[in-house]
Design a protein around this ligand. Structure first.
Ligand code: F6R
Length: 363
């Protein structure tokens, strides 16, 4: 049941500290204080090309993983939408790693892409939330998110547990390839282990996000901006909002603003900016100035330092200070809660949005 929560989506958002912890525990070795994978039938050290394939929210988790794997493991990563990938029938040199991300493990296009990659001689790893799913059965290795059943159609805890498992995988791959030194691996492992506690802190902003949602509920369009790993979180925030509140929303790479979407900015379009203090903060902040200068209404998600540096030019939310490595996991939560509260304020069917199915087993 929903317990004290009004909707499954809200309950599942609140389960995130627990299920992220459960997912970390499947890969954490308390003796070495680092992460490892189950035994693999191939050597990760020999992997020099990774292809990640998924749909929807799972695809955005894959986009974050591309940044992590490229930066930490120094391997080239391609990430694609399953329905595009499968019909493009791309050439794939043998021995690459193909990684499939799916909550259900049954999504038709992702499964078809998996079978295609198998025929192309790729090593197949899936990351699923349903261990007995078709994708898990057809993979060489099935990694699992331990999110538990996700009832709300809009994915929440499945997404953050996917990110968690992918962060662990990135560290393991980086170690296998000798791309990361031991001190860095230990430090980032520690940062990951502390994520559940940080997520619990973010949940404390629920009421504030409900207030901010009141400012958004009457908008016709909403823009979400981010750079680096915050870019996929912007895309995810926009997807959450459109699927449950039916407001048109778009996620954009902040640096792309001036190449078109800035023409949309006026006082009627809320612009939600995902801007943790990281090496790209200054660039994002300067995009925010451009929006403010055109009368845009900015909602700025950052940490203490980031909010202080921006000044009083935006409505802001102060999130915990975290290492940039785990910021996308943390910043996924406020965009979920924001979409949730907008949908509740509008009176839509939050758990069963119109036209959507939990598992898309047709093309
Ligand atoms: C969005 C959402 C969908 C799924 C997509 C893939 O909230 O739930 O976009 O992420 O249909 O589903 P899975 O992960 O089951 O392959």
């Amino acid at each position: 049941g929903k317990g004290e929560h009004r909707h499954f989506m809200h309950k599942e958002i609140y389960e995130q500290p627990q299920v992220i912890g459960d997912t970390l525990n499947t890969m954490f070795n308390p003796v070495s204080r680092t992460f490892s994978l189950p035994d693999l039938p191939f050597a990760l050290s020999g992997i020099d090309r990774v292809t990640i394939i998924a749909c929807g929210t799972s695809y955005y988790a894959g986009m974050v993983a591309k940044y992590w794997i490229e930066q930490l493991a120094r391997v080239s990563v391609e990430v694609d939408i399953a329905s595009e990938f499968r019909y493009r029938a791309p050439a794939m040199p043998k021995g690459g790693l193909a990684l499939f991300i799916s909550q259900s493990g049954e999504t038709a296009d992702t499964l078809a892409a998996l079978r295609y990659c198998q025929a192309q001689g790729q090593h197949i790893i899936s990351l699923v939330n349903v261990p007995e799913s078709t994708m898990a059965r057809e993979s060489e290795v099935a990694l699992q998110t331990v999110a538990g059943p996700e009832i709300g159609v809009a994915s929440t805890k499945a997404f953050t547990t996917q990110l968690t498992a992918l962060a662990c995988l990135s560290l393991v791959l980086a170690r296998a390839r000798g791309a990361i030194d031991h001190a860095t691996e230990e430090r980032l492992s520690k940062v990951l282990i502390e994520v559940p506690a940080r997520v619990a802190e973010v949940l404390a902003h629920d009421e504030r996000l409900r207030e901010i949602a009141e400012d958004i509920m009457d908008a016709r369009d909403v823009l979400y901006l981010g750079r680096g790993t915050s870019y996929p979180i912007a895309l995810e925030g926009a997807l959450k909002l459109k699927e449950i509140s039916y407001i048109h929303a778009e996620g954009y790479a902040a640096g792309e603003m001036k190449h078109g979407p800035i023409a949309l900015i006026d006082e009627t379009v809320p612009v939600i900016v995902i801007a943790p203090s990281d090496e790209l903060y200054d660039k994002t902040a300067s995009n925010v100035q451009e929006v403010v200068a055109r009368g845009g209404r900015v909602i700025f998600l950052s940490d203490e330092k980031g909010v202080a540096r921006l000044g009083a030019r935006a409505v802001s939310l102060v999130l915990p200070n975290v290492d940039p490595f785990v910021a996308p996991i943390l910043y996924a939560i406020p965009v979920q809660l924001l979409a949730y509260h907008v949908a509740v304020a509008k009176g839509t069917d939050v758990d069963q949005p119109r036209n959507l199915a939990k598992s898309v087993t047709v093309e």
